[in-house]
Design a protein around this ligand. Structure first.
Ligand code: FE2
Ligand code: FE2
Length: 260
């Protein structure tokens, strides 16, 4: 009830003077006023209590902190289609370094690095990118993407259980390269432009999801990645490693909890 409204009890008591009202009407009026005062005081006490103000300040500080972390992460994380193209570029760079005269040690590093990169990339696409794109309707290229990943995984299994000194190793890796090149061409010419046309603002949010999931998938393999990257890209390793580790630290560091 509005504090300025006054209820005087039954009938039109508010138009009559106190002398014309019955004792019951006057008593009702006093009780109503007392109740309104009590409600107002309780509301004031609640709003002005130091604990309540402290809790409100804490909530808004936490919300501001969350917003800052989210916007920093978003600024550091490319959108999902850019990230997919970057992955493709990384794997194609590894393929180019694999030549007939390459040393066995370097071939092992190149293949190990490429296999892990392809495996993580395929998982990320299957978990995040393909379902997001499928939500916009049927697409023939999208339909064959998962079976092509499975074919790629079969080549990876063969390579992981053999060695560059084995007969047929180079052929298996070349077969993997051929299927990946074909698959990448389809994604870059059909799926990525389609996603960019349909998804708009969601591309950034999906890129952030992909980065977080990538860090989880990479975490058990960081040592292996450091070694095989150093052997695969000796010159670029220092800059790449420091950038990757800085990003990993930012994304994976535990969030600080505050006492309640
Ligand atoms: Fe891809
Ligand atoms: Fe793919």
């Amino acid at each position: 009830m509005n504090a300025e409204q006054t209820t005087y009890g039954p009938g039109d008591a508010n138009t009559r003077s106190y002398s014309e009202r019955s004792p019951e009407e006057i008593e009702q009026e006093i009780e109503g006023t007392r109740q309104r005062l009590s409600d107002t005081l309780e509301a004031l006490q609640h709003n002005l209590s130091p604990r309540e103000r402290l809790m409100q300040a804490k909530d808004s500080a936490l919300e501001m902190g969350d917003r800052l972390v989210r916007s920093t992460r978003a600024a550091l994380t490319p959108d999902i289609t850019t990230m997919i193209r970057m992955d493709h570029t990384h794997v194609l760079a590894l393929f180019r370094r694999y030549r007939p005269g390459t040393s066995m040690a370097r071939k092992r590093a190149l293949v190990a690095n490429a296999c892990l990169a392809l495996e993580i990339h395929a998982t990320l696409e299957e978990e995040i990118f393909y379902p997001a794109l499928a939500a916009f309707g049927h697409d023939e290229v999208l339909d064959k993407s998962k079976p092509e990943h499975d074919q790629m995984r079969r080549h990876i299994d063969v390579l992981r259980t053999s060695d560059p000194t084995d007969v047929g190793y180079d052929d298996t890796f070349r077969e993997l390269m051929r299927s990946v090149l074909h698959h990448v061409a389809d994604e870059e010419s059909v799926l990525l432009p389609r996603a960019e046309e349909l998804m708009g603002d969601r591309l950034g949010e999906l890129g952030m999801q992909m980065t977080m999931r990538r860090m989880e998938l990479l975490k058990p393999h960081l040592g292996e990645v450091a070694v095989t990257t150093a052997k695969s890209f000796p010159v670029a390793t220092v800059a790449l490693a420091s950038g990757t580790l800085a990003l990993a630290w930012l994304l994976l560091r535990p969030s600080r909890t505050r006492p309640s």
